[in-house]
Ligand binder design. Structure first.
Ligand SMILES: Nc1nc2c(ncn2[C@@H]2O[C@H](COP(=O)(O)OP(=O)(O)O)[C@@H](O)[C@H]2O)c(=O)[nH]1
Ligand SMILES: [Mg+2]
Length: 482
């Protein structure tokens, strides 16, 4: 299909017959890229300078019509190229998508591919550029009205919950008509389409703004004022990259390596075209990205937790709870920072899962710390109990329970969803009660023994005395006889 290409050279993503080129990942060397990808695509009527604009914006080499060969379609299908200046140390990989354009005579009777293309671009892009000539803003076809209708319908019918796409209208060949006026006319046209469009029951009151961040810019002519055009494009480039990589319209950033799978899945669904139920891009991407971030944070936590675990297993660690909680906080706040732009419900669910996974690691050690503390307290109690009984005749257990309560507080992991303090306390109380029973039983046995010994001694004395009572008088008698 496509020859080996890289960098700013484009590669075919979907050909004019709707075949998906899975090799585009190799062509663009995307497989190993873990950075998120931001996608900018372009729509519009054929031969209005779309490919020229993308080439100026992203230093790509999409095919441009050679005017000397007559007006004909140059970009068949959907093409993709990498913006070569993506920051290699971070930030986003920027992909530019060029489409063949609408209303070309080549597909006069067939708007199916055009709709499929629109749907595909909306599903995978952070920013969609709608390219049109200033002078055509008010025309039906030149003003992209049929295309816009398609785009809006696709957006409202195929994505059940709103996802925001930056929709940037680029008006070409700036003329004397002020941009504000053009913007007003353009928006009027859009709101009219939106109002007239049949909406699904659930979306009757939906507003255009729920789906799109709409911006309008005008550019000087590339043909007549090339320098001005380049200067304006430089500003536009910075701005488009910024809105595509941050804020609402960027919420769909997916790792470049995962983009291929997603794009393929979307295209397969679009081609099946049964009542399309696209996996919500934002949610799907949030799931992929948040899981990846959570996995990384889990690993980092795990590594930094091991020494603490070793210490805890070999004996109770002073301030165990605070130490663990602090560590967890570090990785959770890193997660929050890195996942902040992704869809909220997925982000929160993944965060909850991350905490649960961390707790699964922490809990056995926490329990062994608690057990260690309980044993120590019990030993302390048993040692002191003997003395206390001797001194006061009573056993005071309260202070041991309080001490254990304080220790439990010290060991508590604040992010944990378990709280078994009551059980731990009950266990210590019953162990102390058992110990008290033991001490009582031992005391009673001792007392009994003493009593028995006393009685025994008394009996011995009595027996001796009795014996003496018999023996002594007979001895006296015998003495008297002698
Ligand atoms: N008037 C005018 N012509 C342009 C502009 N940009 C490109 N063109 C010319 O329009 C023709 C079609 O350009 P191309 O980028 O292939 O259009 P596409 O079919 O929309 O991708 C080429 O001859 C370009 O040189 C522009 O800003 N103004
Ligand atoms: Mg083109």
């Amino acid at each position: 299909m496509a020859q080996q290409v890289e960098g700013n050279h484009p590669t075919l993503l979907i050909d004019g017959d709707g075949n998906f080129n899975s090799k585009f990942v190799e062509d663009l060397k995307l497989a190993a890229v873990s950075r998120p990808v931001a996608v900018v695509s372009v729509f519009g009527v054929q031969s209005t300078g779309k490919s020229t604009l993308m080439n100026s914006l992203f230093s790509t080499k999409f095919k441009v019509m050679d005017a000397s060969q007559g007006m004909h379609q140059t970009t068949k299908g959907i093409w993709v190229a990498k913006y070569p200046l993506s920051n290699p140390n971070g930030g986003h990989e920027i992909l530019a998508i060029d489409t063949e354009g609408s209303d070309g005579i080549e597909r006069e009777d067939d708007t199916k591919f055009e709709k499929q293309t629109a749907l595909f671009c909306l599903a995978v892009s952070n920013t969609v550029i709608v390219n049109m000539m200033c002078r055509n803003v008010n025309l039906n076809n030149g003003g992209n009205r049929p295309l816009l209708r398609t785009v809006f319908e696709v957006m409202i019918r195929k994505f059940c919950t709103p996802r925001k796409v930056n929709l940037v209208f680029v008006l070409r060949d700036k003329n004397k008509c002020p941009r504000d006026k053009l913007e007003e006319q353009l928006k009027e046209g859009m709101y009219k389409i939106w109002k007239e469009m049949q909406k699904p029951e659930a979306q009757l009151n939906a507003s255009l703004k729920d789906f799109f961040n709409i911006k309008v810019v005008a550019l000087s002519s590339f043909e007549d004022k090339p320098e001005q055009f380049e200067n304006e494009v430089a500003g536009l480039r910075e701005w488009i990259i910024s809105i595509s990589t941050s804020g609402e319209g960027a919420a769909g950033s997916t790792p470049a390596s995962g983009f291929a799978d997603y794009a393929k899945k979307i295209w397969d669904k679009i081609k099946e075209d049964k009542d399309l139920d696209l996996p919500h891009y934002r949610i799907m991407v949030a799931e992929i990205r948040c899981n990846a971030i959570a996995e990384e944070k889990y690993q980092s936590f795990y590594e930094s937790w091991l020494p603490l675990k070793e210490d805890a297993i070999s004996g109770a660690v002073q301030g165990f709870g605070a130490k663990v909680s602090r560590k967890i906080d570090i990785y959770l706040s890193e997660y929050d920072q890195e996942a902040q732009h992704y869809e909220e419900t997925k982000r929160d669910a993944t965060r909850k899962q991350l905490i649960e996974d961390i707790m699964k690691v922490v809990k056995p050690t926490y329990l062994s710390v608690v057990e260690h503390m309980r044993h120590q307290i019990l030993e302390k109690f048993e040692e002191a109990a003997e003395d206390e009984v001797k001194k006061n005749g009573v056993l005071k257990t309260h202070k041991y329970i309080i001490e254990f309560k304080n220790q439990l507080r010290d060991a508590a992991v604040k992010q944990a969803n378990w709280n078994q303090d009551t059980e731990h306390l009950a266990q210590l109380e019953s162990e102390i009660a058992r110990a008290i029973d033991g001490i009582r039983a031992a005391n009673e046995a001792r007392e009994q023994r003493k009593k028995d010994e006393r009685e025994f001694r008394l009996n011995v004395v009595k027996t001796v005395l009795n014996a003496a009572a018999i023996v002594v008088p007979s001895v006296i008698m015998a003495e008297r006889k002698t």
